[in-house]
Design a protein around this ligand. Structure first.
Ligand SMILES: [Zn+2]
Length: 161
């Protein structure tokens, strides 16, 4: 079966940026389960998987525009230190996660640390970066009705929620 929209794919991946390993599913030993065509992956990776089958390995280069987007100017914002759980440990260049008022989280990069406020860069930490994915496809199968309804894949053993 070929990967494509409304198929579920399992995979292992390693993400490399500027020649450095950023993250790898091998570190967690569990495969990632993805419902294709529902925005679970960045567009460039999703496109690259299309038409491939179980057991294949791929090297995928994703340009910033097809990854986490280009960096945008004017995304530096000054915020009170009280919004940062570990404000005193933060240094410029570090990535930290902010809780949003409307719920959810956002990864930001520390730009400058002041006495009572921290300037953060709201660009995604991977914005503007060319991404390299080494992907090993485990399985490709049809999505279940429930998965399509939920808009995500269910890993084995995670069906009930
Ligand atoms: Zn679900």
């Amino acid at each position: 079966m070929k990967a494509g929209k409304d198929k579920v794919i399992s995979l292992h991946y390693t993400l490399t940026v500027d020649g450095e390993k950023v993250e790898s599913s091998h570190d967690r030993s569990e495969q990632l389960w993805i419902l294709l065509g529902h925005g679970q992956l960045i567009p460039g990776l999703e496109k690259a998987l299309e038409g491939h089958e179980a057991g294949e390995t791929l090297e995928v280069d994703v340009a910033a525009a097809e990854g986490y987007g280009e960096r945008q100017e004017g995304q530096i914002q000054r915020m009170s230190k009280k919004y940062f759980p570990q404000a005193n440990r933060l240094k410029p260049g570090m990535v930290t996660v902010l809780q949003l008022k409307e719920g959810g989280q956002r990864a930001v990069t520390v730009h400058k640390v002041g006495m009572s406020a921290i300037d953060v860069d709201l660009n995604h930490p991977m914005a503007g970066k060319a991404l390299r994915f080494d992907v090993a496809i485990g399985e490709v199968r049809e999505a279940t009705e429930e998965e399509l309804k939920h808009g995500h894949a269910h890993a084995p053993g995670a069906e009930a929620h």
